[in-house]
Write a protein that binds this ligand. Structure first.
Ligand code: CA
Length: 424
């Protein structure tokens, strides 16, 4: 059988050279148009392959798909069918799109109905998110934050190298790319002030993260081991964990982030599958001291995914402010999921598990404004002559990500969010 991520594969659908969505990628999303209600699709070049159409017209027969599984607001029911089924859909759609396969290629009426130009579609949330967890798994990020707010000589707290630290976030405010958000308001208190005041956050920040989505449940009381974890991981999105630093610093002791984080988190709308990312596995960093047995793992569990953040002032051009990579993560997803469930916590289909801010080793690779402008002491210079310590009203923050090898680019598209003034 020809593997769907074989770099030699080509599609009869035109795929521009710099496209995030060649035939080797085939990410899933939920889209709608003026003439089609919401449903599932696969990105190919500048088109969306309409899975509802393919299913209803017999192109996906024999794969164990229930009627109506794609004609839905979310992918949950589809990914909940399990990898036996979703892998076959990936394999079958790859076949239908291959340049040497004539079934759809030479069926002009079907081809024209099955392919929707992306510029005619609006991308929606890909999954209904029952639960959202945010980890804190970049050693560079945790070290930077510890250096700024605590002690440069003891930047990491004593538990950090032993536990993939995380907290439970807010699922209801996870939104797709393209949805504007209003600057959050809240309580803040500067160290010099005697009492807190209320108003718009003055330190609005992004956090460059990736999130994995689970496609299988374990059931309450059943731990997932590091070797079982990938059976539960369906795919990945880019994740911007919006953060109001001034609200955070006043509220977070003793129980952690609350209103500083729960107003919005933005994601890219295409879910790139674990299968599509197989060629990009790399060894993770050495973990020292050694971790407890339930966190030990075998094999390559990090992924070489290049990440970029751009800040675009209102009416201005994009400024690249950060270049990082998912491969820098100290704790990998297998360890995160094993730790999350070791006490018997149950994961559900559609859950999102974000990595934590992905900072690299150099200043240009830091994944938040807090670190890039080093707590406001090193403002970033933008091309329009303005400076940024944090994100301002009218700014658009854009995150992009892609893995690239053998002239094959497995991309995530982008997550793009504009900041509107408070109360607008
Ligand atoms: Ca975060």
């Amino acid at each position: 059988m020809i593997q769907a991520n074989d770099p030699a594969l080509r599609s009869w659908v035109e795929v521009p050279a710099d496209s995030d969505f060649p035939i080797q990628n085939l990410p899933y999303g939920i889209f709608k148009t003026d003439y089609l209600e919401a449903g599932a699709g696969i990105a190919i070049g500048n088109f969306i392959l309409d899975l509802t159409y393919l299913h209803e017209n017999g192109f996906l027969d024999g794969l164990g798909l229930p009627a109506g599984v794609f004609n839905q607001l979310y992918l949950n029911d589809f990914i909940g069918l399990g990898k036996d089924v979703t892998s076959q859909v990936r394999q079958r759609t790859s076949e239908l799109l291959r340049d040497d396969h004539d079934e759809l290629r030479d069926n002009k009426p079907a081809r024209e109905l099955a392919l929707i130009p992306m510029d005619e579609a609006e991308m929606l949330m890909p999954v209904n998110v029952p639960n959202y967890t945010d980890f804190y798994s970049s050693i560079e990020h945790a070290t930077n934050v510890g250096t700024m707010f605590r002690d440069p000589d003891n930047a990491l707290l004593p538990n950090w190298r032993h536990i993939p630290v995380g907290y439970h976030g807010r699922a209801s405010s996870i939104i797709p790319s393209g949805v504007d958000i209003k600057r959050p308001q809240g309580q803040t208190k500067s160290p010099e002030a005697e009492a807190p005041t209320f108003g718009p956050s003055k330190r609005l920040d992004f956090e460059l993260e990736m999130a994995f989505i689970t496609g299988k449940q374990n059931g309450l009381g059943n731990a997932i081991t590091t070797s079982e974890a990938e059976d539960y991981i369906f795919g990945f999105v880019l994740f911007n964990d919006w953060s109001a630093r001034d609200i955070q610093v006043w509220e977070y002791v003793p129980l952690g982030p609350f209103l500083a984080k729960n107003f919005a988190s933005s994601i890219s709308p295409w879910v790139v599958t674990l299968e599509a990312l197989e060629p990009f596995r790399v060894q993770g960093p050495e973990q020292n001291p050694p971790v407890l047995p339930y966190l030990q793992y075998q094999g390559k569990k990090n992924f070489d995914i290049q990440l970029q953040v751009f800040v675009q002032p209102g009416g201005g051009e994009e400024n690249l402010v950060c270049t990082s990579n998912f491969k820098y993560m100290y704790w990998n997803m297998n360890q995160q999921l094993a730790h999350h469930t070791v006490n018997g916590c149950n994961v559900q289909v559609g859950d999102m598990y974000a990595s934590g801010t992905i900072s690299g080793p150099t200043p240009g690779s830091y994944g938040s404004m807090l670190e890039l402008a080093w707590k406001g002491t090193k403002p970033l210079q933008l091309s329009d002559g303005s400076q940024r310590k944090f994100i301002e009203d009218g700014d658009t923050v854009i995150m992009r990500g892609f893995a690239e090898k053998d002239h094959t680019r497995i991309g995530f598209g982008e997550v793009r969010t504009k900041i509107l003034p408070s109360g607008s």
